[in-house]
Each structure stands twice: as C-alpha cells, then as structure tokens.
Design a protein around this ligand. Structure first.
Ligand code: MG
Length: 439
C-alpha cells in the first residue's frame, strides 16, 4: 500500500470503471487501514464521471455484491485485499449481476486507465453520493434460505472468529437471529489483523478451538478478512478444511435436489466428487479462482459451488462465495440432521492431502509445464488448469503454475499418507528436472 497501489491510481481506476459500468455504482470497503484513504479517492473518481454512488461504508464483500444485484445497480467497487496481509489493498469490480466482472471487462478498465482515463463530466453533470445501509436486506435474504425455526429449536451454540475482519458485521447477528447463543474472539474490526491474521489457516485457529472447548459450542466458524470464506471447527475442536465443509453442503444439496450439478475447482478434494456422484449429482470441474467458479455457475445455471479454501457459492442467494451464507447453510444441515458436526464430518470419506510449492520464475512456467506434460504418465490426465493426474487407486496430483506468484504448486490426495507423500516426492523431482532442462 502506497508503494504499488496509491490513492491516485484508485481515483483513475474508479473513474475508468464507473464510465464503463454505468451511472449507478455501489462503493464499499473492508476494514483495512488504507480503506478510508482509497475510498475518498474512489468517490472522487466516480463523481468525476457523473456516477451516483451508493456509499455502503465498511461491509463484507458478499454484502456489497448482493446489494448491487438487489438494488438493481449498474455495478460496484469494493476496496479489499480479501485474506491478504494488512499492508495490501485492492479493488474488486462487481458487475450488475453481483458477480465480479469477467477478465475481459477488467482489461477494458485497465486499458482506459492506461490511456489516461475517461472524459470528465461538466460541472452540472458530476455525480452525487447517497448513503445506503444494506445489511438488513442482506441478512433477511440469508435467513430466507434456511429453516429459521428448525435452527432455533436445535439451539446450536456458535463460536465465531472473524479474525478482526468485516464478517463481524453480519455473522454474529445472523447466528443470533437464528436463535444461536454466540461466543466470539477477534470480533473487533481492526485493519492490522492483530488477532490471528486475515486468513484462516489450520495453524492459526487455536484460539477458536479453545473457544469451542471453553464454551461447549456445537461448532466454530472462522472467516477471512473480507468475509467471503468460512472454515469450520467441530464441537471437539477439530478443524475441517474447506473442501470437507463444502462436501457436507454438497451432499445435502444433492440429496434435496437430485440430478443437479455442483461446480468446484480441480484443486478440490475428491470427497466432493464422491458425495456428489454418490448422490446422483453431476460434478463440474473448473479452473482455480473464485471468479471462474461464479462465472461457470452463471453460464451453466449451476446452483452450488465451492472451493477448498472455504468459499461456498450458493446461487439461490447469489453465485458468489459468502462466509455468512456458508455458516447459515451448515447450521441448517446440523439442525435438520440432528447430529453433532464431528459425526457429520465423520460420515465423509477421509483422504490424506499434501500441498507443496516449488519456486519457478514466472517466465519459465509455460515451458516447464510443457516439459512436464511430456514426462508424466497416468491413466487419466486432465488439463483444465495445470495438469491433474488421476491414478487407478483414486489418488491424484495436480501440478499447477500459480497465476500470481513465481511458484508451481503441487496438490496431492490419496487414501494412504504414504501414497500421498510418495506422489509429492516423485513429482517434485519431476518439476525440478523439467526446470533444469528449461532454464
Ligand atoms: Mg476473501
């Protein structure tokens, strides 16, 4: 912040986005220290091209997205760096359907930005700012998708760890409105993320696990900085990663909507495929990235999507990932099934996973991946995103160059821990070999 991204850049990006998206634009920000500075710049940019700004202040990204669609606006700008460390910030551009704009529109905005920005409005056509508080309409919509009375009767006790992020504004209130006693830690918005950082990870959720234990809660939920991802802890304090909580939601969804499809990136656990196929549903593998999942859902009319990082996309609400909606869906399942969360997770097949990152200069990635393609051998190879090799025992490994960092990622999964580490070791050597012959 203030090194690569500045207020001046945001001003011109906002005017470029505003001139392309339309006249009625929502504006919001997460709780980062640079938010107010960037917000003023964004307001200046949007007003300079004649936009009416629906100023929503600090709020979770999915609430802004929901409100763009709900209020029938032409688009929205969200100042957020999601789960990234506090020194970062960024601009997320939302289309009128509430979903992040496709890459093509982003490129148009960037191109206008680099050409010096759009023509500015004359004095009598500059825009105006309207204050909007969209939280109540959002919460009412989330509550409408679950069995409020059923959850209330179940009396589930909820421990929350918003990680000093903006889900503080919706998650405790939604849980409370579902009749759940709520306990929380890191529940003050603080752009420095002093509690446990802005990204929930298995190694920084000890506070939440202790809270679950101390309060006897039925579940714990941790959110990322801008509130679109949720990670769950069962009543015994065990952390379950995002593809497993998504598998619970997917299993329930397919049971109630037989034959429907579910979208998930190729990096997700096969537990998702197991429960979806097992229930008679269809699985649609996508490239990695939340925008890809959302856009795939919109295009194909898919009602449910999910990511291994804890993003759950529920299209009857909105096909974007939403931590508070995810929490409500899990509460709904727990109330209907009447089983402890550890039991529900225990019903899922268990696989062992390993991830590895191998440094690789970005300019070499393409060549290295081409080499690897010639070296690997497996009964089933998918190249939706990177290379995914499937073996006959159900194990798989994904070799995928990162879109943003100079690394190649390996994701592997197998029924046995020994098998998964062997897969990682073998392919680490293979990537190293491919790099040697490419460099
Ligand atoms: Mg996020």
């Amino acid at each position: 912040m203030n090194r690569e991204l500045t207020a001046e850049m945001i001003l011109r990006l906002a005017s470029s986005a505003g001139s392309l998206l339309g006249r009625r634009i929502a504006l919001g920000m997460d709780g980062r220290t640079s938010g107010p500075m960037l917000r003023e710049a964004a307001i200046g940019g949007l007003l300079s091209v004649g936009c009416t700004i629906y100023d929503m202040g600090i709020l979770p990204t999915p609430v802004l997205q929901f409100s763009v669609k709900g209020l029938g606006l032409d688009g929205g700008l969200m100042l957020t760096a999601s789960h990234n460390p506090p020194e970062f910030n960024g601009l997320k551009v939302v289309a009128s359907d509430g979903v992040e704009v496709p890459r093509g529109v982003e490129e148009e905005i960037e191109s206008l930005y680099y050409r010096g920005g759009p023509p500015l409005s004359p004095w009598d056509e500059v825009g105006v700012v309207r204050g909007v508080n969209p939280i109540e309409a959002y919460e009412a919509a989330v509550l409408s998708h679950v069995d409020r009375e059923g959850i209330r009767r179940a009396g589930l006790r909820v421990a929350l760890d918003p990680g000093n992020g903006v889900s503080v504004l919706t998650a405790p209130s939604v849980a409370g409105r579902l009749g759940c006693p709520v306990y929380s830690i890191n529940a003050e918005i603080d752009g420095r993320f002093p509690g446990r950082g802005s990204e929930p990870r298995p190694d920084n959720l000890n506070g939440l696990r202790a809270l679950v234990e101390a309060t006897g809660a039925d579940l714990g939920v941790a959110f990322d900085g801008d509130g679109d991802r949720a990670i769950f802890v069962d009543e015994r304090g065990e952390v379950h990663w995002g593809d497993r909580s998504f598998a619970l939601v997917a299993r329930d969804f397919i049971q109630r909507n037989p034959g429907e499809a579910v979208a998930t990136p190729v990096s997700s656990s096969r537990v998702v495929e197991d429960v979806v196929r097992g229930g008679g549903g269809r699985i649609i593998w996508t490239r990695v990235g939340s925008v890809v999942v959302s856009r795939t859902m919109v295009e194909l009319g898919v009602k449910l999507g999910g990511e291994e990082n804890g993003g759950i996309f529920y299209a009857p609400h909105l096909p974007v990932r939403d931590g508070t909606m995810a929490m409500a869906l899990i509460l709904d399942i727990m109330a209907r099934e009447g089983k402890p969360l550890s039991k529900l997770f225990g019903e899922l097949p268990r696989y062992h996973q390993m991830k590895e990152r191998i440094p690789c200069p970005s300019h070499l990635k393409e060549v290295v991946m081409e080499r690897i393609r010639g070296m690997v051998d497996a009964p089933r190879i998918e190249s939706i995103d990177g290379l995914k090799l499937w073996y006959d025992d159900g194990s798989w490994i994904l070799i995928r160059p990162s879109g943003t960092e100079p690394i190649i990622r390996l994701y592997a999964e197998a029924g046995e821990p020994g098998r998964v580490s062997a897969l990682i070791e073998r392919h680490k050597r293979l990537v190293a070999e491919a790099m040697e012959t490419s460099g």
